[in-house]
Design a protein around this ligand. Structure first.
Ligand code: GLA
Length: 388
């Protein structure tokens, strides 16, 4: 059990018992990609894969972090923290403490042992999982009251984690991942409405209908701190400014033709078309789930992938092959998930075909001479919380 191993890792490293163990899930986004920073809709689920943190308060302002993945110990003082001072994996953890303090929450020194079980760079939000595990641990240890069952306080904690990622780590991400990790529910998809700040838990009875979600991690590492993600975000912000609105959320799919005509020809039109149609696809996916029309959900997945590939241009050959192979071998639909440029794709598959679809994808990668992808079924898991 990871909980036991992170607990004993803490004892071995720091020579004392931790005060507890907390964990937080990675996520897959079912649909609604590159919509969060456009104030739009998204539909993530929490993963059974989680980041674990064993923690104990210290009497001073020192933070020590040990990672089971790197066996590295990072030591810093809360007094010296500022964006860019800490880099690499530990910045996500330390950044949360910095963000809490920056917003007036009383934190002090802490020892942390970390065991991240969300694959890194796979587009499954390993960084948000780490941030949110540290966040719930800090909230409880320092009695900040942000981690309990009150969803509004959890929303606040998610915003603080996103602030840490944007300002401390300097990754210009949109906030979906932290909301998913802190507020997801088992066997539910979360309909996030970023502009309205609301969350609706949508039942996801896939197993009852003989269906499953297959994750296909291409093993092509994506990095959100590189320029491509930021450039897509800037393009959307520029388009909104040109169109005189706060965000692209202000447009409905029905307005699309007239909106596009107001923009110069070229990639900017494609970017806007993706965002506006993708937000519409989220609404239609939720309607289809409620109507138990999974064939339609599959078609919407397919359309989302095509839009991300052709209009938003954030896919890559490995994601396209995974998606195509999954469809050809029996998936109802498939799409890349997360930021893109590598990372993972998902497919909605009949449960009994899951091993065959996974084998077909592995075979297609081998035939292309690429590194083997990692394929596994997932079910929507519970949110960040205390384990021990
Ligand atoms: C990454 C970001 C999210 C979101 C997705 C794309 O996962 O962290 O905020 O923008 O990409 O939907």
């Amino acid at each position: 059990m990871v909980v036991g191993s992170v607990h004993s890792g803490f004892r071995a490293q720091f020579g004392r018992q931790p005060e507890g163990v907390w964990s937080a899930p990675g996520r897959v986004n079912l649909i609604g990609e590159h919509t969060d920073y456009n104030q739009g809709l998204a539909l993530p689920i929490g993963l059974p894969l989680r980041a674990f943190v064993a923690a104990r308060r210290r009497p001073d302002r020192t933070v020590r972090l040990w990672s089971a993945q790197t066996s590295e110990v990072v030591t810093c003082s809360l007094d010296d923290l500022a964006p860019r001072i800490v880099t690499g994996w530990s910045a996500y953890a330390v950044g949360v403490l910095w963000a809490l303090e920056h917003h007036g929450f009383g934190v002090h020194g802490v020892d942390l042992a970390i065991d991240g079980r969300v694959p890194l760079g796979a587009g499954l939000s390993s960084s948000a999982a780490l941030e949110c595990a540290v966040a719930v641990a800090a909230s409880e240890l320092f009695a900040l009251g942000l981690h309990g069952k009150d969803d509004a306080r959890r929303a606040e904690l998610a915003a603080l984690c996103a602030f840490a990622e944007n300002v401390f780590v300097r990754a210009p991400t949109g906030g979906m991942d932290q909301l998913a990790s802190l507020r997801c529910q088992a066997d539910r998809a979360m309909l996030l409405d970023i502009r309205e700040g609301t969350v609706e838990q949508v039942p996801l009875p896939l197993a009852d209908h003989g269906l499953a979600i297959l994750v296909m991690d291409t093993q092509v590492e994506h990095a959100l701190v590189d320029g491509q993600y930021a450039s897509r975000r800037q393009a959307c912000e520029r388009a909104a400014a040109t169109l005189g609105v706060d965000s692209l959320r202000e447009f409905d799919a029905a307005d699309l033709d007239s909106v596009l005509r107001r923009l110069p020809e070229g990639p900017i039109r494609q970017r806007v078309r993706h965002v506006v149609t993708e937000i519409d696809r989220v609404t239609r996916t939720v309607e289809s789930l409620r109507a138990v029309d999974f064939a339609q959900v599959g078609k919407l997945f397919d359309a989302s992938h095509e839009s991300l590939r052709d209009d938003f241009e954030v896919s890559c050959p490995e994601l396209d092959l995974a998606v195509q192979t999954a469809r050809d071998s029996g998936a109802l639909g498939a799409r890349m998930t997360g930021g893109g440029f590598g990372g993972s794709a998902i497919a909605l598959v009949p449960g009994h075909l899951l091993p065959d679809v996974a084998d077909a994808v592995v075979g297609a990668f081998a035939a292309a001479g690429w590194r083997a992808p990692s394929c596994f079924g997932v079910r929507a898991g519970p949110p960040a919380g205390r384990d021990l």
